[in-house]
Design a protein around this ligand. Sequence first.
Ligand SMILES: [Zn+2]
Ligand SMILES: [Zn+2]
Length: 147
Amino acid sequence: MPLTARVRPEQADALLRDALEANGQRFTDQRAAVYRFLLGTTSHPTADEVFTAVRADIADISLATVYKALETLVSCSLAVKLSYGDDSARYDARTDDHYHSRCVQCGQVRDVPGQVPELLPQLHVGDGFRVQGYRVEVIGLCPACAD
Ligand SMILES: [Zn+2]
Ligand SMILES: [Zn+2]
């Protein structure tokens, strides 16, 4: 269910407050600013990019605080962390099942519109492996890099 994809900014604080409390965490302005920014973007930003954006509103926020806030959102299931085996983890406030395309040149990550390719549910993974889901990543060149 595309729950967070439809969250309006004015709902964000209440949603965040509930999720934090349910996980024994405190609501802070920093966490709220990070969550609001993440909800408002489809760019799948890195912690650095979130830091740069949020610093415009909260001048004294640190990168470490932003990083911890992002990890807190992930632990409360309000965001998903996309890891690429290096330092370039990205964050996504869209937590419904969806898939990404990633440009191998500039690193841009976008949501792939539409549903799971129909073939996937028919995959046979092997002896006794119980499939719970799929992580699909399409790699290639974004329009700007393909030129
Ligand atoms: Zn690109
Ligand atoms: Zn996404």
